[in-house]
Design a protein. Sequence first.
Length: 136
Amino acid sequence: MTRTILGLLLIGLISLGACKENKNTEEKKLKKEGLEKSEALVNKQLLIGSWLDTSESQLHFSLLEDGTARSDNMATLLYQKWRIEGNKLILTVKSIGNGSSSIDEESYEIKTLTEEKLVLQNGDYTMEFAKKMIKE
């Protein structure tokens, strides 16, 4: 009887060890591909829509399903494209001013993303946005 219990206990421990190994293997795979587990979980569908800057700057923008972006109220800073890399939002931006223009990419870490709120961080600079709700 004692041998049976010890045998079952040993089988259970081996099974648990195998499960843990699978989890570790998956995490290693994600890290090998350059992604942390949390970074691989950004829901792109939540990003699609119009975002209202909650600061005094009120730099509103929209992210479209086809990967294009637009500045909703900025004449000199034009968002053109967007993509996700890990947990970062990358925006292609055209800056227009004083007879010249330049195209750059801006990278923001996604700190918070819900159906209603987006918080982006670039270094020490944090921006908060509220999703514009469509009235039906």
